[in-house]
Design a protein around this ligand. Structure first.
Ligand SMILES: Nc1ncnc2c1ncn2[C@@H]1O[C@H](COP(=O)(O)OP(=O)(O)OP(=O)(O)O)[C@@H](O)[C@H]1O
Ligand SMILES: [Mg+2]
Length: 489
């Protein structure tokens, strides 16, 4: 009998440890991940299976490789925990078969006969990790979680590619974003005008581009006009162009955005910020499908599909007279509203994974507390803010495991990053020159400030600080020594 169940005392200890370590459930978006344990020792396989069930996985067991392979062809398994010494087909041969047939499955090899050659061979053959018996439940749980993170990242990546191929790169599983995607798909084929509304950073431009990509105009131009950025006296020339000599600065003939977009899509961004004067001209161009360059004598036919966007409430603007009601009706043929991120918290995690992946980050795990923090945070900058957070995590975070403390104190300084009671605040960690500094130096600057902040926050109590930031006390001591941080008492 091998380690995990080699004696009753050890087994009881493992169970206690497993209970203590219960770190929350491991969900595959919407469904549970499944684990298959292949081990000829009944007690070993059932014990591991029970512990895995306890941690939120669905567990299956098989007594030999043949039964295990059979099960893999019937069930949707994410991870296989595979013993090396098995009757019949051996563990290493089984590993080769699994990798060849189900490359998406991660295999964790376990053995009581610790042998460095076997370990190296297993990893070379594509095992996710190799664990020696007696198994530490702690270690097994961590390895499984890391494997799940890798699988999730891969799935997100595939979804992203699929999305890109389908022309819609709007990530998210919430009913709201599903509806936005469905509306885009339905509306893209027609030339109907679309009005996209939503807060800053919610994805309006991305949605507008998706409409264009999915439309029959995809091979023609997508021309963007930021109505808020163009001064009122220039907007007419920007939109409709001008003839040479039409006004003092018109040294040559210039085509406007309506003309440039002809055959394609004209994206009128921030339309709510357009002056009433410009609104009247846009309305005329839309109604007549014709424009005149400033200083020009003939009218030019333009065939544009208009997609407009705003973060303003245009109905209110119509009511108070700052937006033309007739233009509003012309634009609002198909309204698409993108909800604020705080109203669709189901999108946070897939978006975060997507942006981490985009930033080339390794796999991070977020504990339940960190997840609820992300769900509770109000996201005033919406998806753009989440994207920035992901980039900061990718660059600044050393630990693969992200807890609430890290997010709370480090990445999302709330209350404007107010200092606890002194000079060391979250905000000033990220302010200043850190982003203009070479990576290794920036990382050290950041680490030092972070540790100073955490020490102060935790009353300079080493054990409490180590606990709060999820670092071993020994490592914390070493870091403090490295950065010359005083351990005040
Ligand atoms: N659902 C999504 N999936 C993937 N990326 C997204 C999603 N929504 C927004 N983004 C990304 O977030 C950032 C902000 O999005 P976008 O520029 O489309 O927002 P916006 O609503 O136009 O913002 P603003 O009002 O400030 O102009 C972009 O980098 C965009 O690619
Ligand atoms: Mg925008």
């Amino acid at each position: 009998m091998r380690a995990l169940v080699s004696d009753a005392g050890k087994l009881a200890r493992y169970f206690l440890q497993a209970l203590r370590l219960k770190i929350g459930l491991v969900w595959k978006w919407g469904s549970m991940h499944s684990i298959l344990v292949i081990d000829d020792e009944r007690a070993v396989r059932t014990t591991i299976a029970e512990i895995m069930e306890d941690e939120g996985y669905t567990a299956f067991v098989a007594e030999d490789a043949a039964a295990g392979l059979d099960m893999l062809s019937q069930k949707e398994i994410s991870i296989v925990i595979l013993d090396v010494l098995l009757p019949g087909i051996g563990g290493i041969a089984a590993l080769e078969m699994i990798r060849a047939q189900w490359p998406e499955i991660e295999v964790i090899v376990i053995s009581g006969h610790a042998n460095i050659d076997t370990a190296v061979r297993a990893v070379k053959l594509g095992a996710f990790d190799y664990l020696e018996k007696p198994l530490s439940i702690d270690r097994l749980s961590t390895v499984c979680r890391n494997a799940i993170s890798l699988i999730s990242l891969r799935e997100e990546n595939t979804e992203l590619k699929r999305g890109a191929a389908g022309g819609i790169e709007l990530i998210g599983n919430s009913p709201q974003i599903e509806r936005v995607r469905a509306l885009i798909r339905q509306a893209a084929g027609s030339d109907a005008r679309i009005l996209i509304t939503g807060e800053n950073g919610s994805g309006k431009e991305l949605a507008a581009r998706a409409v264009h990509k999915l439309s029959s105009r995809a091979n023609a131009a997508f021309v963007e006009v930021n109505c808020a950025a163009i001064p009122d006296n220039l907007i007419e020339s920007e939109l409709f162009g001008h003839e040479k000599g039409a006004f003092t600065d018109a040294v040559s003939r210039r085509r406007g955005r309506f003309e440039l977009a002809s055959g394609g899509t004209l994206f009128l961004d921030e339309i709510g910020d357009m002056s009433l004067n410009a609104q009247a001209k846009v309305l005329r161009a839309i109604q007549e499908q014709k424009i005149e360059r400033i200083g020009g004598e003939k009218s030019i036919n333009v065939d544009v599909r208009i997609v407009a966007a705003t973060n303003k409430n245009l109905e209110e603007a119509c009511a108070n007279g700052s937006f033309r009601r007739d233009l509003f009706f012309r634009l609002n043929v198909i309204p698409i509203h993108i909800s604020a991120l705080r109203e669709r918290t189901a999108d946070i995690e897939p978006l975060l994974n997507h942006f981490l992946c985009e930033a080339g980050a390794r796999a991070f795990t977020f504990d339940d507390d960190a997840r609820s923090y992300l769900a509770e945070y109000p996201w005033p900058g919406n998806v753009r803010e989440l994207k920035n957070l992901a980039e900061r995590i990718a660059v600044l975070c050393d630990d693969d495991h992200i807890g609430r403390g890290v997010l709370e104190n480090l990445f999302l300084p709330r209350n404007g990053g107010k200092a606890l009671d002194g000079e060391v605040s979250c905000q000033n960690i990220l302010d200043g020159d850190i982003f203009e500094t070479p990576y290794s130096q920036a990382k050290e600057m950041f680490e030092k400030r972070y540790l100073e902040y955490q020490l102060k926050k935790n009353g300079y109590i080493m054990s409490r600080t180590a606990d709060a930031i999820g670092m071993y006390p020994g490592n914390l001591h070493a870091k403090l020594r490295k950065f010359g941080i005083e351990k005040k008492v």
